[in-house]
Design a protein around this ligand. Sequence first.
Ligand code: FES
Length: 321
Amino acid sequence: MSVHPLPEFDVVVREVTAVASDIVVLTLVRPGGEELPEWMPGAHLDLVLEPGLERQYSLCSDPGDRSMWQVAVLREPGGRGGSEFVHSRVAVGSELIARGPLNHFAFDAAESYLFVAGGIGITPLLPMIAAADAAGAQWSLAYAGRSAGSMAFAAELKAAHGDRVTVYSSEAGERLALDGLFGSVAEGTLVYCCGPARLLDAALALADELPSGVGALRLERFEAKAAGEPVFADSFEVELELSGMTLTVPPERSILEVVEEAGVLVLSSCREGTCGTCETPVVSGDVDHRDSVLTPEEQADNEVMMICVSRAACPRLVLEL
Ligand code: FES
């Protein structure tokens, strides 16, 4: 039996603050006021809202303040229930469980940055913007949303940073043109982009226009990207090196499901390839990476895989489980 170590904490909601129409910020603290773990810009938490209801939220507060964490939650009436739960049931004093932080959207040092946010995708970018600004880097933010009232932190960012921040409200007929933006960035600029799938797909499609190419583009997806047909359509074997088992994964089931059924514990959360919680080291074999977390380079390295969605691209995989 093996378990991925992921720290887990009881947290209490200290404040619930409305920051835009349908967006609240939860301020979370430890019940006894203890210091929270260190984290870096781009990190996210798994919040267990109630048993069986876990969701991932980007940390949007100041990493230097270890007394509290803040996450922003958009109400999505047609969503899977997590945001509705937060907006209707979570209040000051609510006790939740937090796991993490995890970071699959690492903020790397550069001389200049372009930040591109769509809607609630602004949240992981907030600490990055603060860090870039504190480091004296060149940076600009293009922030698109439905309307001025729906865009959390837009007014504060504009007030604090002026022309570095451009806000595009579709209700006001303003359109974020990524092609022009990407065509004008300087050599060596890192582009951090977070938002809805259509924005991220458009960014990926235009990444070749960046002076440093696709390697300069860093994406974080809140929604799983379309994965297409599996590379290997048949059943395949998974050898769990640490547990000493070999399991068969049929086409209609995930590796995670089969591994769990065999009694091997692996932490998981989103189960759709977006959070990174089920990341598992690969010992040998080719992987059909179907997640929305790893960069193309990380996928090509083949050192880890997200076993909730990724599969084998060969008859037998060996995993460090
Ligand atoms: S459980 Fe979220 S990536 Fe697998």
